[in-house]
Design a protein around this ligand. Structure first.
Ligand code: SF4
Length: 352
């Protein structure tokens, strides 16, 4: 088990971030916020996928009004994403946000920041202080990349002190960059400097295909060092993909605590006698319908397959036009290729 660095625990509605709490996966709705039914549909899918918190953008007054309706019917605690407007921040808090994400750098008037902090304090909610590399105040285009990290830390330090002087400590920190190395460096510095919980992830990571590897490297490196209390994988696309990817990153480090099936597939080679990839994709779709913590293996042959699948709860080792079904390493049936999936599904059903 990877030891997690010690951080304070901050209560976020019904969930906790930091301390000994499990690392929380979060995402954002991608629907128009005034589309209350659409947002709720997305939130329910995120809840089913394993999200613990969902953030919603509230750029207009109409959005904070819709936010209030969404909060009252949401199965998950909701955070509001604030940029530029102290009024939206206060409206969102009064509407029932359990946390707001605020970049104090884009609230011009210090008194307005104080008003937001005081309102959050009255409502016992948390604030994520978000600093983005792209919006650092002193950043000029010619600033060398290694200086950018120290500028981000300076900016964050100034904001944290401002909140602390106002006696507000229900804080989560996030410093984001689209660059993998700078994301790792700034979060290492945050972790050394503060004991507040840290939200990790890349910003603007891109489409699924482009976001996966950089996100896994940045988030995975930090988590492996014990840094990070909540994770958001930013993907331009379906937010459920953000949670699925976050679960995979956590699982690969043994940090995922929820129930989740796992699929192992052999890499395939010249010994395969069936379409292993096609079969594995069907098995994957089957497993997406269950939350049972089972391990399933799909192997392309009976030469190495049984040995490699011995650790799985259930395994298919394919042969010529048929396959062998294994349970806990023991062969339980020989099945025609076309009925393999049905036979596997029936065995999954039997597992409690
Ligand atoms: S399990 Fe069989 S088919 Fe799959 S990679 Fe190994 S030897 Fe090849």
């Amino acid at each position: 088990m990877i030891p997690k660095r010690k951080t304070r625990c901050v209560q976020i509605g019904s969930v906790k971030i930091g301390g000994k709490a499990p690392i929380l996966l979060q995402s954002m709705t991608k629907t128009d916020t005034t589309d209350v039914a659409g947002c709720l549909r997305q939130i329910r899918k995120l809840a089913q996928a394993g999200a613990g918190l969902v953030r919603i953008a509230v750029p207009t007054r109409a959005d904070t009004e819709a936010f209030a309706k969404i909060v009252s019917r949401s199965p998950l605690p909701l955070a509001a994403d604030i940029h530029f407007s102290p009024e939206r921040a206060i409206e969102a808090i009064e509407a029932g946000a359990v946390k707001i994400r605020l970049n104090p750098g884009n609230i011009k008037n210090k008194n307005d920041i104080h008003r937001i902090i005081d309102c959050a304090k009255r409502h016992h909610i948390a604030i994520r202080i978000g600093v983005n590399e792209a919006s650092i105040r002193d950043l000029k285009h010619d600033v060398k990349t290694d200086r950018r990290v120290s500028l981000m830390l300076n900016e964050m330090t100034g904001y944290v002190r401002l909140f602390e002087r106002r006696k507000f400590e229900a804080i989560v920190l996030s410093a984001k960059s689209a660059d993998t190395v700078r994301t790792i460096e700034i979060n290492r510095l945050l972790s050394k400097t503060f004991d507040y919980p840290i939200h990790i992830g890349l910003t603007h990571a891109g489409l699924l295909e482009d976001a996966l590897v950089p996100s896994a490297v940045a988030i995975g490196t930090l988590l492996a060092e014990g840094i990070g209390d909540t994770v958001r994988v930013s993907i331009a696309g379906d937010p459920v993909q953000e949670i699925e990817t976050g679960k995979q990153i956590l699982s690969s480090l043994g940090l995922y605590r929820g129930p989740k099936p796992e699929l192992t597939v052999c890499p395939t080679c010249g010994r395969c006698e069936v379409d292993v990839v096609g079969l594995a994709q069907k098995v994957r779709r089957l497993l997406m319908k269950t939350n049972k913590p089972i391990r399933v293996a799909v192997m392309g042959c009976v030469v190495n397959g049984p040995g490699e699948a011995a650790d799985a709860d259930l395994a298919i080792c394919a042969g010529s036009k048929k396959g062998f079904l294994y349970k806990n390493g023991k062969k339980i049936a020989a099945v025609e290729e076309k009925t393999l999936l049905g036979a596997l599904s029936a065995e999954i059903e039997k597992i409690k």
